[in-house]
Write a protein that binds this ligand. Structure first.
Ligand code: ADP
Length: 453
């Protein structure tokens, strides 16, 4: 099939490249000329494992191209996907649909008779109908076949998630759109992927409720970690026992510094706003939103409380700026709340991230961005781990300790075994674990080297 993908953000680019890999002819379109120019040069605008190789292979096979011109890309198009952003509207927390509607108008102006329009962006209930109306108004006489096909891929595992999803959801009340989608996803269905054909309203609700539920699960794990700390539990063991219950499942049960990224914060706000607007308050999710904001700030209170008094105006080395490992995405990353709060508290911040420093640099004024974690730790009173990059889990802790001035390692991702940290002469604080039991025959903890300030 000939596909046009409008929008080359995370969702659009990954979907376009993966559809090409499945054998379709795909043109990816974006209004951002720099993005298209870099893609045409073979440069990836995002860091996503495996995506560059897949892109190169499909460009070379002439199944995949990039264009800034929607009209030419719509020529002969069987299915046009809308994969543009739906950011939070500041006034009311609802999803801002202006980019979706603009893309729908542009498609309507240039589509052929028979083109199916599919909404991949995360959109509230009713958007499918609205897009159908836009097309009907702009192109009277042309049948507007519209489907909703939300995307569930995880950044960092996007290619794998697209090619082997837990399920595909297609919402449509139009037979032609439903048939086109059935054909498009047949290769996945043949490999056993469940394809849920439902109404547009259900499809739109499935996507939002999935993200709302995941946010709830993360917030539950965060509060559970606090309880473990208070009563002497170990959150890793508790969540392992919890997650092996098939009704619960192990994923999204790790505590951390609060959820971030381009989806959970924005989609929980839109979900709560949808409930509020329709007199069906989603009070659980409203509370999750509040808890998550408080969670990020509580990390600042905790590190300040753990720092020796003499270091109250000292230096913190932050390891990890991206909202999670294996991405350079810093949208709504906890680091962007926590680092400025540390600076406001009078601390100097040095930071490192394997991939996200370019994206983060303009957002973190006054922060020294360092080439590697050890350089970031140079002269620091405390090291604060915010992202679960595997290279941080593999750090040489004695080397880290030597580079530091102080000795506090505050780990919001529970990457280390407490005994490994303490034998390196570091004072360890993590989440959801009781303070480490002093081991016998343990070398004495090195006296903190906090310079007077
Ligand atoms: P996500 O990462 O969730 O997929 P983004 O908001 O990062 O979403 O990306 C959306 C992309 O869609 C951006 O690159 C933006 O330039 C592009 N875009 C927005 N509106 C249009 C449009 N009308 N036509 C083509 N591209 C568009």
């Amino acid at each position: 099939m000939r596909l046009t993908m409008i929008g080359t953000g995370y969702v659009g680019l990954v979907s376009g490249v993966c559809f090409a890999e499945m054998g379709h002819d795909v043109v990816c379109v974006d209004v951002n000329p720099e993005r298209i120019a870099s893609l045409q040069r073979g440069e990836m605008p995002i860091f996503e494992p495996g995506l560059a190789e897949l892109t190169e292979r499909n460009v070379n096979a002439h199944r995949l191209s990039f264009s800034g011109d929607i009209a030419s890309s719509m020529r002969g198009c069987d299915v046009a996907f809308i994969a543009v952003g739906t950011p939070t509207r500041a006034a009311d927390g609802e999803a801002d649909l202006q980019y979706v509607f603009a893309a729908a108008s542009q498609i309507a102006a240039t589509m052929s008779e028979g083109t199916v329009v599919v909404i991949k962006s995360t959109v509230p209930v009713g958007t499918n109908l609205h897009v159908r109306d836009i097309i009907a108004q702009r192109r009277p006489g042309v049948v507007a076949s519209v489907a909703s096909n939300p995307e569930f891929l995880r950044e960092g595992f996007a290619v794998q998630d697209f090619m082997q999803p837990d399920r595909v959801v297609v919402g449509s009340s139009d037979t032609r759109a439903a048939d086109a989608m059935e054909r498009l996803y047949r290769p996945l269905a043949l490999h056993g992927v469940p394809v849920i054909a439902t109404t547009p309203e259900n499809a739109e609700l499935i996507k939002y409720s999935a993200n709302a539920f995941l946010a709830l699960k993360v917030s539950f794990a965060n509060e559970l970690a606090d309880l473990c700390e208070a009563v002497g539990g170990d959150v890793a063991e508790v969540t392992r026992g919890l997650g092996l219950d098939a009704r619960i499942g192990p994923k999204f049960l790790q505590p951390g510094p609060g959820f971030g990224g381009s989806c959970l914060p924005k989609d929980t706000r839109a979900y709560a706003a949808l409930g509020h607007k329709n007199a069906a308050r989603q009070s659980l999710i409203e509370r999750v939103i509040e808890l998550n904001q408080a969670r990020k700030l509580s990390m600042v209170d905790r590190i300040l409380a753990a720092m020796p008094a003499g270091a109250s105006r000292g230096t913190v080395a932050v390891l990890g700026i991206a909202f999670k490992a294996n991405t350079d995405d810093v949208r709504e990353a906890p680091s962007l709340t926590i680092i400025p709060a540390l600076q406001r508290a009078g601390l100097t911040v040095r930071a490192h991230d394997p991939e996200a420093m370019k994206a983060a640099a303009p957002l973190l004024p006054g922060v020294s961005l360092c080439d590697d974690p050890y350089q970031a730790a140079e002269g620091a009173d405390a090291v604060l781990v915010l992202t679960d990059w595997s290279e941080y889990a593999e750090l040489e802790l004695p080397r880290l300790a030597n580079a530091m001035r102080g000795n506090l390692l505050f780990d919001t991702r529970n990457l280390y075994r407490p005994e490994d940290v303490t034998v390196s002469g570091l004072l360890y604080r993590s989440l959801g674990r009781s303070p480490p039991v002093e081991l016998e025959n343990q070398p004495p903890v090195r006296a903190p080297r906090i310079a007077a300030v």
